[in-house]
Design a protein around this ligand. Structure first.
Ligand SMILES: O=C(O)[C@H](O)COP(=O)(O)O
Length: 207
């Protein structure tokens, strides 16, 4: 066994609350989102976890979630690497549209395919496969080496950038990824084997 990898989706954002496609739009956390991030940090603290390094996206909802977690752990000044490789899937022309309005316009099934399929991109945006094509190499080159050295690493990112990462990490097949949903502000703790496969996974959901 090597180190520990913790993934956390940002807390509820302003546009999650308003039910808008967000993608690369840089929106704020809501008060609920900040509380979710704090609760995630408290659960990590209860597990006795401390981080050696943190990674987050170029978007403030993930960066602020990361900082709230680190503050809760008494690690406010921890080295934190920001990179747009960890950004949310680019929702292209859907960005800023209401998800219910989109269903009314294009139909339930089409919108579901855009949101949850593996390789069908929304108009002008990225499929989950496209998102994985930037997230996975970044993870392999920048994040994983820390874990394999035995460090404890935090990645605070987004619903779909983390779904793409988890897909590769756990070897989930394209057709099965539709079923994976990530709750906001809920840490997922992985321990990795020396060959970089997953030794264990624990979801720190509210009890
Ligand atoms: O970008 C968004 O709209 C959300 O963060 C994720 O949206 P989804 O659940 O529709 O993929």
């Amino acid at each position: 066994m090597t180190g520990t990898l913790v993934l956390i989706r940002h807390g509820q954002s302003d546009w999650n609350l308003k039910n808008l496609f967000t993608g690369w739009r840089d929106v704020e956390l809501t008060e609920t989102g900040r509380i979710e991030a704090l609760a995630g940090g408290q659960r990590l603290k209860a597990k006795g976890l401390k981080f050696d390094i943190a990674f987050t996206s170029a978007l403030k909802r993930a960066q602020n979630t990361c900082q709230i977690v680190l503050d809760e752990l008494g690690q406010s000044g921890l080295e934190t690497v920001r990179n747009e490789a960890l950004n949310e899937r680019d929702y292209g022309d859907l960005s800023g549209l209401n998800k219910d309005d989109a269903r009314a316009k294009w139909g339930e099934e089409q919108v579901y395919i855009w949101r949850r399929s593996y390789d069908v991109p929304p108009p002008g945006g990225e499929s989950l496969k496209d998102t994985g094509a930037r997230v996975w190499p970044y993870y392999i080159h920048e994040v994983q080496p820390h874990v394999l050295r035995g460090q404890t690493v935090l990645v605070a990112a987004h619903g779909n950038s983390l779904r793409a990462l988890i897909m590769a990490l756990e070897g989930i097949a394209g057709p099965d990824i539709v079923n994976l949903e990530l709750a906001t502000g809920v840490p997922i703790v992985y321990r990795l084997n020396a060959d970089s496969t997953v030794a264990s996974k624990e979801i720190l959901a509210a009890v």
